[in-house]
Every structure is written in structure tokens, then in C-alpha cells.
Design a protein. Structure first.
Length: 441
């Protein structure tokens, strides 16, 4: 076995055998699925306590519109009694007091809600919607009674307004490479792109920083002095980067299998895709048209093989490029505090790529998405957003060619810095000194 293979094996096994790695690898998929399932489950759980709302309607026009629901009970009280007498019963008999002091069609602000606790959004939304509906009918009836419009025409207008056929949902279709039309969804593509963008950003940052931390630790402990006596510094650098990268690949594969299995099981038991109701409705175009089978058809229409394959390819290219930079930083300094000076620019670049990816979700073919998906320092992250929407083959090939060319350049520069900096102690080098190291023969 060559020295490079020994270093890769050592770096890989030293990490995958740790209890923290095993626990994190096994538990994290359950956490991811829990993040998807728990909010959806909790959103369906309603408050068991019924809240009583006292309605003081001085006009007598709106009380009948406020019908009680499962969670809220509206009680009409004497409008001639002083408001203070009802305020004394807050938090004992009443959750809140709805005071309507005038005709809302003439005075829209003549309504207030008094309570000791902040009222829930669903309660306020219910009250506002029902009062708004009544005000709309008031104005239309007033128009009919004024004689300037026919009452039959007003009734037809009301029927048109209330009709659910007004809700238009545009279905989208995409033509695949075989010429077949498959149903698609911009919402689904955005979610898929966003998830893969976050994953590649998280792994590049986490495992790149792990390489840097390992180099700094070995340098502080003087272990590296023994290692470079038998192994070339460049082999030590490459072995460390590849070994840590294989750890990341192992974790990604295990997570993918576990998350896919958990989501499949959850889908079978719920007989619908594991998504919050609002998200699922948004995919299809509304609650009234929600169809689980249609959602599954949309998900199956995504080219998962291409996305997953390119995710690993971009992860390898992006990780190797940034890990080379992180390793060079670790070799140039000999304590954790000094790494911050050199880490800041790289962190800003990765954060820029991440936010560029998020903003590119709205326009995956726009100038920002196009150029950032070709620029090597941002392409691994931004291209993940674009893939679910469809990217021409020449753009993918050009992006990968530029990425791996940048990786080879960064690795060459990092090796130059690494071979000099790995044995230097007691002084934090300047950028000018590091450039001089690169020029050494």
C-alpha cells in the first residue's frame, strides 16, 4: 500500500469509527424527517379549549354574520351596557370583546377587539373575512336600492363573486428528452433545488472546515513533523482532503438511503406526500384541486437520477476546491485564532454563493443564476437550484469543466503553501509572504 493510500485510510477510518459520527449519521435523517412531519402534524392539532367572544354590535347588522366555530363561540351581548362591565369579565367569562360602534360600510375603522392576550391570527382572519363579506353585500344592496342598478343584476354579480370557478390554476407541462409531456410544478422544483443547495452548502462548509481543523491540530501537536519525514507534504495534503471527503460521501449516501426510506414509509402510512397541507396545496394549485396522485406524478417527473448524480459531482469538485484552500490556511497558521483572518474572505464567497442560489430560485435562467452557475467558486451551490428547472447540456459541461480546472489550480496553489507553511511556527504569515511561498521552486 502506498503512503497516499495509508493516509487516506487513516483519515477516513479515524473519523467514521468515532461514536459522534455514527450517532450523527444515524440520528440526523430522523431529525430531517421530523422537521418535515412534526410541523405538518402540529398544524392539524387545534386548541382543545373553546374561546368565547363577546360581540357588542351597536348597529345590529353584523352579529348574525359571526357564526360560532369549533374553537370560537361568538355571543351577542347587550350593546347598551357599559363596556367596562364586560371588560371586568375578561379572562374569566370572555377571551375577548368585539366592539362594533358604527356602520362599517361607512366607517371601516369602527370596529375593535379587546383582550388581555394577543388574539390568534386565525381568529382575527375569521372576523375580518366575515365582516368584509357583509360590508361587500351591504354596498351591493345599497347600490340596488338606490335605483341606479337592477336588483337582478346585483344578484348575478354576487353569484359570480361567490363562485369557486373564479379560481384559476395553471397546470405546467415539460417536454422530456424523448419528446413526452410530463406534468411539472414550479413550487416542487423550487423546493427540490433549495434543499439540494442547502445540503451542498452545508457539507462544503462543514467538511472543508474539518480539513483545516485537522491540519491545525496536527501542526499544534507537532505530529506533522514526524509524518513529513516519511511522506511528501503534497501526499499528506491530498490524502487528508480525499480521506475527509470520503467521510462526507459516506455520510451523504447513508443519509440519502435513510431519508428516502423514511419518507417512503411516511408516504405509505399517510397515503399522501409528506408535506404540510399548505405546501401540498400550493404545488397543485389550491385546496379544492389537491390530488395526492397528481403530486406523486409531479415528483416522479423530476429527473432524480441526473440531479443526484450531478449533486455528487458538484460536491466533489466544490469540496476539493474549498478544502484545498482550507488546508492551505491551516498549514499557514498554528492556532485557531489566526485562522479567522484568512477564513473571512472564503466564508463571504461561500455565503454569497448560497444567497445567490436562494435568489436564483425566482429566476433560474436569469443573469445572476447563469453566471454564478458557471463561476467556479459559486457553481457547485447555484447550479443545484437550476437543475430541477432544466439546464442545457453545454452549460452543465462548461460549468463542470471550469469547476474542475479551478480545483486543480487551487490544489496546486494550496500544495505550494502547504509544503512551506506546515513546518513554520510562531509567526502568522501575511498574504504577501504566502504569495512568496507559492513562487518557491
Amino acid at each position: 500500500m502506498t503512503p497516499l493510500q495509508l493516509i487516506i485510510e487513516r483519515e477516513y477510518l479515524a473519523r467514521v469509527k468515532k461514536k459522534s459520527f455514527i450517532l450523527l449519521t444515524i440520528l440526523m435523517p430522523f431529525l430531517f424527517v421530523g422537521i418535515a412531519l412534526v410541523p405538518a402534524f402540529l398544524s392539524m392539532v387545534k386548541d382543545s379549549g373553546e374561546k368565547t367572544i363577546a360581540v357588542i354590535d351597536k348597529t345590529g347588522l353584523y352579529t348574525t354574520e359571526l357564526q360560532s366555530s369549533q374553537n370560537y363561540r361568538f355571543i351577542s351581548v347587550d350593546p347598551d351596557s357599559p363596556l367596562v362591565s364586560y371588560m371586568m369579565k375578561l379572562d374569566t367569562d370572555y377571551f375577548g370583546i368585539l366592539d362594533i360602534s358604527g356602520d362599517l360600510s361607512q366607517e371601516p375603522k369602527a370596529v375593535s377587539f379587546l383582550s388581555e392576550k394577543q388574539p390568534p391570527l386565525d381568529l382575527l382572519s375569521m372576523i375580518e373575512n366575515r365582516l368584509s363579506e357583509k360590508v361587500k353585500n351591504q354596498k351591493l344592496e345599497g347600490l340596488a336600492h338606490s335605483g341606479s342598478a337592477d336588483s337582478a343584476a346585483i344578484a348575478q354579480v354576487l353569484a359570480v363573486i361567490d363562485s369557486k370557478s373564479n379560481n384559476i390554476s395553471v397546470s405546467t407541462l415539460r417536454k422530456d428528452k424523448e419528446g413526452e409531456m410530463k406534468e411539472s410544478s414550479t413550487i416542487v422544483a423550487s423546493i427540490v433545488g433549495g434543499v439540494f443547495t442547502f445540503l451542498i452548502y452545508m457539507f462544503i462548509m462543514a467538511y472543508g472546515a474539518m480539513v483545516m481543523q485537522a491540519v491545525v491540530e496536527e501542526k499544534k501537536n507537532r505530529i506533522v513533523e514526524v509524518m513529513v519525514s516519511t511522506v511528501r507534504p503534497v501526499n499528506l495534503l491530498v490524502g487528508k482532503i480525499i480521506g475527509v471527503g470520503l467521510v462526507g460521501m459516506t455520510q451523504l449516501i447513508i443519509w440519502g438511503i435513510l431519508i428516502g426510506g423514511l419518507m417512503s414509509v411516511a408516504t405509505v402510512f399517510t397515503a399522501a406526500p409528506v408535506l404540510p397541507a399548505s405546501g401540498a396545496e400550493a404545488m397543485i394549485g389550491g385546496a379544492d384541486s389537491f390530488d395526492p396522485a397528481q403530486t406523486i406524478a409531479i415528483l416522479s417527473g423530476i429527473n432524480w437520477l441526473e440531479i443526484i448524480l450531478l449533486f455528487f459531482v458538484y460536491f466533489i469538485g466544490g469540496y476539493m476546491m474549498y478544502a484545498s484552500l482550507f488546508a492551505a490556511i491551516g498549514a499557514a497558521v498554528d492556532n485557531d485564532q489566526d485562522t479567522q483572518q484568512f477564513m473571512m474572505p472564503i466564508t463571504f464567497i461561500i455565503l454569497f454563493a448560497f444567497y445567490a442560489g436562494l435568489y436564483s430560485i425566482q429566476n433560474p435562467d436569469g443573469p445572476l443564476a447563469f453566471w454564478c452557475s458557471l463561476f467556479p467558486l459559486s457553481s457547485p451551490i447555484v447550479m443545484m437550484v437550476r437543475l430541477p428547472f432544466g439546464v442545457p447540456l453545454w452549460e452543465k459541461l462548461l460549468s463542470l469543466a471550469l469547476l474542475f480546472a479551478a480545483f486543480l489550480l487551487m490544489a496546486w496553489l494550496a500544495a505550494k503553501i502547504y509544503r512551506v507553511g506546515i513546518l513554520m511556527y510562531g509567526k502568522k504569515p501575511t498574504l504577501k509572504e504566502m504569495i512568496r511561498w507559492i513562487k518557491y521552486k
